[in-house]
Design a protein around this ligand. Structure first.
Ligand SMILES: [Zn+2]
Length: 433
């Protein structure tokens, strides 16, 4: 079915593109200058952007569907303006066989929601010892290899993983925390942790691992060079100013590295812990306001190249255990865009095209995909949002099974109203006629 989106302000990662009438037909952008359509959406005052890509979400399938499943996760993503989501493999069982990747991708195609990209484990059972078959996983359609949920303790295994994945054209994502240094820390190590009597996880646990992994990457680059290939190392959920400095220097040197920022590390600091809320428990932990500033600056400068939600749903009962035993993770697919639009663009002056870039082409480039552009012929994976529409975060209305949020009650603007995947509506807000 054809669709005409009239009078929309067009923004993609390359910049502001002016106001246009966008015709969608046969799954693609057919025209930027109007045309006949079966349906018309009046979009004056609203912004049309490429649908977002989330390079980091936990959809808990297979095996943990009590927390989330493909249908709830992909529909929640669509509601959040996402047209594609990369699902992490730390499920039960771990996603590590080519057949599992194919089965997930096949299953997701039946669901009216965001597209699914699948990550597979870097090592068998994510135990950090034996590598999974990178080339076969790539053939089966895996987009990235990672042991996320765990840290990669053995530098030799990570090095070989980067080399084999690089040879197969796959990026490797790492949860960079030194297990020994982080210990059993539940929040940022510092004065507040001491004051509250909680165990601390120091930012050095992350920075030490980032520094080591960059050396491992340098080695993998040298080994792959004769084959004409390059690895790509993707640091998930970067949380501290020091890690940002290390990544900036590595990028300046030309190393193939991308750092990710999350909505929670960009908008919350350890100070939120004064309420002793286990919903704030996340790994790596929320840091200081100076770290939040450094992350926002690095995002704008491009030293951090992507925003990943690290959407990590757990049951309410699990999250309401005591602080020491509650699981790590915050669900955010449905609020990420409005949250970052409000906090970074509206309040701090981050240029909107930069936010869009870090949530579309930035992650897509890391995954080896074409940048997302609003141009004739491009796939109609689109997101329409209203910068003027202000609403409170109401977790009880989430499509995600995790119906709680550290941002509950926050007044946000920029809510996604319409999400299209290949020209099909996968999310439509009641505010769209
Ligand atoms: Zn992680």
């Amino acid at each position: 079915m054809s669709l005409l989106i009239k009078n929309a302000r067009l923004v993609d990662g390359s910049g502001e593109l002016g106001t246009a009438d966008v015709l969608v037909a046969e799954g693609r952008i057919a025209s930027l200058s109007g045309g006949d359509a079966a349906r018309v959406v009046e979009a004056a005052g609203k912004v049309l952007a490429p649908a977002l890509t989330d390079p980091h979400a936990h959809l808990r399938t297979p095996g943990q569907e009590v927390k989330e499943d493909l249908a709830s996760g992909l529909r929640a993503a669509a509601r959040g303006g996402y047209g594609a989501v990369l699902a992490m493999p730390n499920t039960d069982p771990v996603v590590q066989e080519p057949e599992q990747v194919q089965a997930l991708l096949d299953e997701a195609r039946k669901i009216p929601g965001a597209r699914l990209f699948a990550a597979a484990a870097l090592t068998r059972d994510q135990a950090g010892e034996r590598l999974t078959p990178a080339a076969l996983l790539a053939q089966a359609g895996a987009s990235l290899l990672t042991d996320d949920g765990r840290t990669n303790e053995d530098a030799g295994v990570l090095a070989r993983g980067l080399i084999y994945a690089g040879a197969a054209g796959l990026p490797v994502a790492v949860h960079a925390e030194d297990a020994g240094l982080r210990g059993g820390g539940v929040m940022n190590d510092g004065r507040l942790a001491a004051e509250l009597g909680l165990s601390g996880n120091p930012h050095e646990a992350e920075a030490a691992r980032v520094a080591r992994d960059l050396e491992v990457l340098r080695y993998a680059v040298r080994k792959l060079e004769p084959l004409g290939r390059r690895p790509l190392l993707y640091f998930q959920h970067v949380s501290s100013a020091r890690s940002v400095e290390l990544i900036r220097a590595a990028r300046a040197e030309g190393l193939p590295v991308c750092g990710e920022a999350t909505p929670h590390h960009l908008t919350l600091s350890e100070d939120a812990w004064r309420d002793f809320d286990p919903l704030l428990k996340v790994a790596p932990p929320l840091r200081t306001t100076a770290d939040v500033e450094a992350l926002a600056g690095a995002l704008e400068a491009g030293d951090l190249c992507a925003i990943g939600t690290d959407h990590a749903p757990h049951t309410r009962a699990e999250k309401e255990r005591d602080l020491e035993s509650a699981p790590f993770g915050i669900p955010s697919l449905e609020v990420a865009f409005a949250l970052l639009y409000t906090e970074l663009v509206a309040k701090r002056g981050l240029p909107l095209p930069v936010l869009i870039e870090r949530m579309t082409s930035g992650p897509r480039r890391a995954l080896g995909l074409e940048p997302a552009r609003l141009e004739v012929g491009a796939p109609a994976d689109l997101m329409l949002f209203d910068p003027g529409l202000e609403r409170s975060v109401e977790p009880e209305k989430f499509i995600s099974k995790a119906r709680y949020s550290p941002w509950a009650g926050w007044r946000l603007s920029g809510w996604p109203l319409l999400t299209l995947v290949a020209g099909k509506e996968v999310w439509r807000d009641a505010a769209v006629a």
